[in-house]
Design a protein around this ligand. Structure first.
Ligand code: 2P0
Length: 323
């Protein structure tokens, strides 16, 4: 039994930053993301009774990855199977983009793994499962705007993503300004943990994120791009503020990131509505109206290594399934 699935990566406009349960990967706050069309992972899973061990091939090279190994065990436990997995994965997230690929990777792996096991799981189930690989992967199961509900239950059964809306999606672009494609110094998992454990700003961040999320939902549904941009920018900055309060303090900002933020402010002063956000790395993602995407890309191209224009991406899907 073998199946292939594709999932796109996503960029959070209301960030996930901090877990309330490390083991179950339960977030402290709900988050909202925009799935992007340009970057995706394509993964084939085969459950093989005759293999003596799991195999993971990424971009043509055999790899050993602790997170993937744990996730395969989780799938076996969930599906009630003992077969070993043969996984072949292609990451269409250009290394030069310096973007995280764990979101698309675990969403594609969960979907292909379930389908290869002959199951017909709901997307809600796949999202909950993908969460165990990487929290943000729960959101990559869906397209357009997506909300990962933090849930209330201690067992995490109500913590999964749901599709929110496709409103505004055909009018909005996300321009990625690549500052560095190097491995980040502090992984998001470690950065979050340190923030939760030591930053006095963490508690405030969680309550502010919940308020931002409610306002963001309204702004998207009203197709109010300016409001969406303002909330995106302030939410991202609040997340990054928590890292400066951690002990020891750390930041994902690099000098070039700050220069790009200034350029975005300058665009606004010149009448082009554009707003930035950053994740657990130095690259800057800028949202703008589609009619302005080339002006924004042009402005940032002198400051970044590479500039990529993205639009809304589709939900994860199974592209082949052999029983
Ligand atoms: C996000 N990030 O909402 C936030 C903003 C990074 C900054 O989700 O520990 O790789 O595997 O659940 O999903 C990156 O975190 O972390 C992330 P784990 P993940 O997009």
């Amino acid at each position: 039994m073998r199946a292939t699935a594709i999932a796109h990566t996503n960029v959070a406009l209301i960030k996930y930053w901090g877990k309330r349960d490390e083991h179950l990967i339960l977030p402290a706050n709900s988050s909202l993301s925009f799935t992007v069309d340009k970057f995706y992972t394509k993964t084939t899973v085969e459950w093989d009774k005759n293999s003596a061990q799991d195999t993971f091939i990424l971009n043509g090279e055999q790899k050993t990855d602790a997170k993937v190994a744990r996730f395969i065990d989780k799938m076996r436990e969930e599906f009630g199977i003992t077969s070993k997995a043969i996984i072949t994965s292609e990451n269409h997230v250009p290394t030069a983009a310096g973007l995280a690929s764990s979101a698309s990777a675990f969403a594609a792996l969960a979907l292909a793994g379930s389908s290869a096991a002959g199951r017909d799981d709901t997307k809600e189930y796949i999202s909950r499962l993908a969460r165990f690989g990487s929290g943000s992967a729960s959101r990559s199961v869906f397209g357009d705007f997506v909300i990962w509900e933090k849930g209330q239950q201690p067992d995490g059964n109500d913590s999964f993503a749901i599709p929110f809306t496709n409103k505004l999606c055909d009018k909005m672009s996300l321009v990625v300004a690549v500052v560095s494609d190097k491995e980040k110094k502090v992984s998001s998992r470690d950065g979050m943990r340190l923030t939760v454990e030591t930053s006095p700003f963490f508690e405030k961040w969680v309550s502010a994120a919940e308020t931002d999320l409610e306002e963001m939902k309204k702004a998207i549904l009203n197709e109010d791009f300016i409001k969406v941009g303002e909330i995106t920018e302030r939410n991202g900055m609040k997340m990054h503020a928590t890292t400066l309060g951690a002990e020891p303090p750390f930041t994902y900002f690099q000098p070039q990131s700050l220069e790009i933020m200034d350029a975005v402010r300058e665009l606004r002063e010149n009448g082009i509505p554009a707003y930035f956000t950053m994740d657990a790395g130095p690259n800057v993602k800028v949202i703008c109206e589609r009619e302005n995407e080339n002006i924004v890309a042009e402005k940032l191209s002198g400051l970044a290594k590479n500039v990529l224009i993205c639009h809304a991406g589709k939900e994860a899907s199974v592209i082949s399934d052999e029983k």
